[in-house]
Design a protein around this ligand. Structure first.
Ligand SMILES: *Cc1c(COP(=O)(O)O)cnc(C)c1O
Length: 468
């Protein structure tokens, strides 16, 4: 009996204007409010989350009630990441057209595994792949795998590398595994991102086997200290150091690697987008000589979350590393997205990516990148004028800041984080604490930066008076 009633009420909700307009109205109210509210949720908002944390409910409730609970308790407990004064980690904002496209695409609920499951998703993956290759100046013939983020994109790139290097030595790693396999070498800078090590570990290439190359004072790998490279080596470089935003010298290292027949993977989570800006292309010079790249659309590009891309010039190597089989899988004539990604069923994230790139065009992407970098410069200059120490060369969107002493830096950071005026993360840079600013949202204006600089000063004064 109950089932019939539930089924009926679900049917009534399907396309119910009230339910869906409530969702849209709540979202719009949130968007309008978020630039004005505290960047962090209040203690009350956090403790009210208890209302959502009930035992597994026995009975269904209506969709409207669900939405009401989420909006009342959920919206208030979010971090105001889209509000213009959030500078934590390297978390991107979201462009309105991309968000709207995602809402539409969510109604489609497409599965991007196979062309036959979703011709639209398949086609847009193809288009995005072509656009990205052009925009980033990568070689023709590259393929893209659309994944959740750079962690997985790096996993894909390194899996393709592992396949290619071992296949070259007559070893099929997908069939035989790593036991008894020829040795693989991994070379990377001392500042490689943690997700590189995670991917290596998943692939059976432990952290202790990695040959770590010393870096300069910005975290850039020193080419003169590279070990001799050979055909069994994977070299992992970085476009955008998570602390300083610095870029490895790709041209020089790729030339050495190309000569030796080594595979180069570039972790370009947020920095690879420099290649789309004429004024910043010098930072990424030489990236086209690499073999695989990982990049996020949800950071610098401001696409909605859950949008990363693995690119490689060796489609067969990636496909071999990702290949799944099953009697029911119907590979088609169109592009089957699962060929190039670890997942089978996947959200059709290329839809929002397409919308983002279509909205901005080549010039809009360049402007977005330049704007983020200019705001970072503004931040750095204003803080220096007020006696803060800027620890890095601000070449991209990252600024590392310290005060006169370790204790004041640490307390200033805590005061900033609890102020609600803006939010920054902390880090250790060359043995000392630093405040880490990442300008990563299109929303951030120069007024937001000025206001945040003022918050830094207040936070430091408070720190000085307590530290002494
Ligand atoms: C963010 C980031 C990653 C991880 O990317 P996710 O999208 O969070 O998986 C890897 N490398 C660098 C340099 C990053 O900034």
């Amino acid at each position: 009996m109950t089932n019939v009633i539930l089924h009926e009420s679900l049917h009534n909700e399907n396309g119910d204007k009230r339910l869906f307009s409530t969702a849209v109205e709540s979202a719009l109210a949130y968007i309008q409010e978020v630039t004005h509210r505290s960047v962090i949720p209040s203690d009350d908002a956090i403790s009210n989350l208890q209302a959502l944390d009930v035992s597994m409910p026995e009975e269904p409730i209506s969709g409207e009630e669900v939405l009401h609970e989420l909006n009342v308790y959920g919206s208030a407990a979010t971090i105001a990441q889209t509000g213009g004064r959030y500078f934590g980690f390297v978390n991107g904002g979201v462009l309105p057209a991309a968000l709207a496209a995602r809402w539409l695409a969510d109604a489609w609920d497409q599965n991007a595994a196979l062309h036959v499951m979703s011709p639209i998703a398949s086609r847009l993956e193809q288009v995005c792949e072509r656009w990205l290759i052009e925009l980033l100046g990568l070689p023709r013939g590259c393929v893209a795998g659309f994944v959740s983020g750079t962690s997985v994109a790096t996993l894909c790139g390194l899996a393709a590398a592992r396949h290619a290097i071992l296949a070259d030595q007559g070893w099929n790693v997908e069939n035989k595994g790593l036991c008894g396999a020829p040795r693989l070498r991994v070379v990377t800078g001392e500042q490689a991102h943690g997700t590189v090590y995670k991917a290596l570990a998943i692939l059976g290439l432990g952290a202790e086997c990695v040959e770590r190359v010393p870096v300069d004072d910005q975290g850039r790998l020193k080419p003169s200290l590279l070990p001799t490279l050979d055909k069994s080596t994977i070299v992992i470089l970085q476009a955008g150091n998570v602390n300083t935003g610095a870029f490895d010298p790709f041209d020089e290292i790729c030339a050495l690697a190309n000569d030796a027949g080594a595979w180069v993977h570039i972790d370009g989570a947020f920095g690879l987008w420099a290649a789309a800006s004429e004024g910043r292309q010098n930072l990424t010079a030489g990236i086209h000589r690499a073999d695989s790249w990982a990049v996020d659309a949800h950071k610098t590009l401001n696409a909605p979350y859950d949008c990363g891309i693995a690119l490689t010039r060796w489609p067969d190597a990636l496909a071999a590393a990702m290949r799944a089989s099953g009697a029911y899988i119907q590979y088609g004539e169109g592009r089957d997205g699962m060929t190039f990604s670890p997942d089978m069923s996947r959200r059709a994230r290329a839809i929002e990516l397409w919308a983002t790139l279509r909205r901005l065009g080549r010039r809009g992407v360049a402007d977005l990148v330049d704007e983020l970098c200019e705001r970072a410069q503004q931040f750095a200059h204003a803080l220096e004028e007020r006696g803060f120490r800027v620890l890095n060369e601000v070449v991209f969107n990252q600024v590392l800041v310290a005060c006169e002493s370790e204790a004041v830096t640490r307390d200033t950071l805590l005061n900033i984080q609890s102020s609600g005026e803006c939010w920054c993360g902390g880090t250790q840079w060359r043995g000392a604490s630093a405040i880490r600013i990442s300008v990563c949202s299109w929303v951030t204006t120069s007024t937001d930066v000025s206001r945040s600089v003022a918050a830094f000063e207040v936070a430091r004064s408070k720190a000085r008076s307590t530290v002494l």
